[in-house]
Write a protein that binds this ligand. Sequence first.
Ligand SMILES: Cc1ncc(COP(=O)(O)O)c(C=O)c1O
Length: 390
Amino acid sequence: MARINDAVLLAWRKEFPILAHTTYMISHSLGAMPERARARVREYTDAWAERGIRAWEEGWWEMPITVGNLVGRIIGAGEGDVAMQQNVSVCQWVVASCFDWRARRNKLVTDALNFPSNNYIYHSLERAGARVVTAASPDGMTLPVERILELIDEETALVSVSHVAFRSSYLQDLAAITQRAHAVGAMIVADLYQSAGAVPVNVLELAVDFATGGSVKWLCGGPGAGYLYVRRDLRDQLQPAATGWMAHEEPFAFAGGPMRYSRDSFRFLNGTPNVPGMYAARSGYEIIDEVGVPAIREKSVRQTTRLIELADEAGFRINTCRDPRQRGGVVVIDVPNGYAVTQELARREILVDYRPRAGIRVAPHFYTTDEEIEHTVAEIRAIVGAGVAA
Ligand SMILES: Cc1ncc(COP(=O)(O)O)c(C=O)c1O
């Protein structure tokens, strides 16, 4: 059964040009470009060239929501509940700016495995009154959920967590954290960048208040297309300070201030959106949705398990959880001179990356063959065995 599924998944390989000549184990960083994205970008330039200014009313204006709907299908959001932004950092700013950090409830709980950009933004809010409390990771790779839960209390306004940690692929228990946040009247923002498209996630079932993510990685959508999900029943009460004219109820009235927020997800937008980025990103979303995240996850668990076995056989240290329930789509292999090994792998047409204090991040995706898994570890072994210089 697994073999039949794999044949269906591997049939997609011809849709990704780079796979013809490269062992592509880096979809946690930049997913492979689908061939059809070329035509999509061409659609954008054709519309710009042929339709000119009319392109705005013929689709461009609505794109943050129509394209957001494609992401919504992957993360379990309702129609109209996802707004496209330029990147996750912007999304996080929009979310954080919905809160009054001078209020008594001014605690923001984050964790040491959260993406640095998010934590930089939160700390900058300290000047506005926020009290940022960070759950420490005991080993830099994992974070027992209790360490986050014990920090969430009646003074907490917002809890922020990456569903899957970028450094170690540690898979966090979002449901437990969301329940705790809601039990004390706090909200939660989940960064899904390293999970959406690799690990099943359903924002409606989880009942998270906000979710952010981008398209560069598992969604194979390229840069410039971040997404922000906001729980529909919260919309009316949220007034993001990070705003702009597209979020106005009547943007083309060009009214003076103060702001009158739109009642739909336009409310969370700001200025002119990244139209070419959204054109480029759509193909990836459509493919991931068609392949199906459960099938992607099943294959990922099988192949990451095999990667760990092979790394064990080679005597390499693994900085990823062995229990797949605590692991996203990446295996982190820690070898001496990891960065130099990564560069030598690239010379051999094997693409992976290196993160300080973690190791070499290796990630199969639905288009990866079992032979590529074996080949990658065999080449790491050969390079380490030959003693590559730092
Ligand atoms: C979990 C996570 N969040 C956020 C980011 C950064 O997102 P952006 O560059 O869109 O702000 C990354 C990118 O590496 C990430 O892995």
